[in-house]
Write a protein that binds this ligand. Structure first.
Ligand code: ADP
Ligand code: ADP
Length: 226
């Protein structure tokens, strides 16, 4: 079973910029996968399309077998996204941010509370549940975005540059957490421009540059070539 299948995906933005020039990508269920590439390569565009935030120009995308054009809601339920920039309402309380996210998936209040508690506890944020989110540190905000992305128990977690700009200690603890949930069965895809991050975490890797996939390989094979 593939967690993600992308065929001949193209994206031309309204200004004429061709961000994706026909990419193919397969990620197996259970994998820990890195989409690696320099700034401007097309990483965010790719995951924006997969998460239904960006409209594709052409091509097909399936998330756990659900075609984005035909079964968008089912595809969305399989997927949790951790964006690069903080995008929650910073005046909301930590607990409310996570509980409200569960609401978007139609999870009832009582169950939403139970899940939010579980997610906040595993990211060591339960003590902060009544804090207004803008008072959190940068590392805590990142963890809150992960907690929010996990509240509906997605089978696929996608993180856009999860450790950009965070210090080494926070990076290490995030790596540890991601390894743990991957071992428990969640498929993980992350974008990064650090080879070191991909090397540390991921079993498979694709390299994207100028809107083309230039490598699609097992991490170990790639390292042998470098
Ligand atoms: P779409 O084709 O998906 O509708 P648009 O081309 O309309 O997307 O762009 C969405 C928004 O992003 C616009 O407001 C646009 O001005 C802005 N934008 C333009 N260039 C860039 C860029 N290089 N990086 C990020 N955002 C951009
Ligand atoms: P990456 O995530 O690898 O840094 P992006 O997917 O953000 O790359 O960007 C790919 C290309 O598309 C870049 O040239 C970027 O400037 C451009 N781009 C991104 N968003 C928009 C937008 N909304 N409108 C126009 N161009 C965009």
């Amino acid at each position: 079973m593939n967690a993600l299948s992308i065929r001949n995906l193209r994206k031309t933005y309204n200004n004429g910029l061709e961000a994706l020039k026909g990419i193919d990508l397969d990620v197996k269920a259970g994998d820990f996968f890195a989409l690696l590439g320099p700034n401007g390569a097309g990483k965010s565009t790719t995951i924006g399309i997969v998460s239904s935030l960006v409209r594709k120009t052409s091509g097909t995308v399936e998330v756990f077998g659900h075609d984005l054009d035909k079964e968008r809601e089912a595809a969305k339920r399989c997927l949790g996204l951790v964006p690069q920039e903080v995008n929650f309402n910073q005046f909301e309380k930590v607990l409310d941010i996570v509980v409200n996210q569960a609401g978007y998936y139609g999870i009832r209040r009582k169950e939403a509370m139970r899940r939010a508690e579980q997610c906040l506890r595993q990211l060591s944020l339960w003590d902060k549940r009544n804090s207004v989110s803008r008072h959190l540190s940068g590392g805590m905000k990142r963890r809150l975005m992960i907690a929010r992305a996990l509240v509906h128990s997605p089978k696929l977690l996608i993180l856009d540059e999860p450790t950009a700009g965070v210090d080494i200690e926070i990076r290490r603890s995030m790596w540890e957490f991601l390894r743990k949930i991957n071992q428990e069965g969640t498929t993980i895809i992350l974008t990064t421009h650090y080879l070191e991050e991909a090397e540390n975490l991921c079993r498979h890797i694709a390299i994207i540059n100028h809107g083309h996939i230039v490598e699609h390989n097992a991490m170990s094979d790639l390292l042998r070539k470098l």
